[in-house]
Design a protein around this ligand. Structure first.
Ligand code: HEC
Length: 111
């Protein structure tokens, strides 16, 4: 394992997203921008990403993501980063389809 991969692994463990992940913990209705914003805060995305002034710059900044990526691209990425980029360092997160869509709605709204 490279040092970078190891650091990412430790970060992912730290935010509790591998193995028994955050899936299924979000109360219904789990859709829409507001649900996505809350989910972003609760899912540990800040453990590897910055958004505005918050977060840790291990992965790319997500500030203004909606101006760069479509909602569809964001949702496909969250379902499985390695499907888009075979050597992706971002782990595949344990997200339900509702959670993927809420995060897609929120992140694509960031301009
Ligand atoms: C363990 C670290 C880690 C966690 C946790 C993490 N990411 Fe990532 N993410 C990365 C890395 C590293 C990249 C850069 C691409 C790559 O090599 O995988 C990335 C890339 C991305 C990208 C593509 C951005 C771009 O401009 O290329 C999006 C969107 C994204 N992450 C969203 C999220 C969301 C939403 C969450 C929380 C549900 C999250 N990430 C949690 C590490 C992480």
């Amino acid at each position: 394992m490279t040092r970078r991969a190891l650091a990412l692994w430790v970060a992912a463990l730290g935010v509790g997203l591998l193995g028994t992940g955050a899936a299924g913990e979000l109360p219904a209705p789990a859709r829409g921008i507001e649900a996505g914003r809350r989910l972003f805060m609760e899912s540990g995305c800040h453990g590897c990403h910055t958004l505005g002034a918050m977060g840790t710059p291990i992965g790319p900044s997500l500030t203004g993501l909606g101006a760069r990526w479509s909602r569809d691209e964001i949702e496909r990425w969250l379902r499985d980063p390695s499907a888009r980029r075979p050597r992706a360092h971002m782990p595949r997160l344990e997200l339900s389809e509702d959670q993927v869509q809420a995060l897609g709605a929120y992140l694509s709204s960031l301009r």
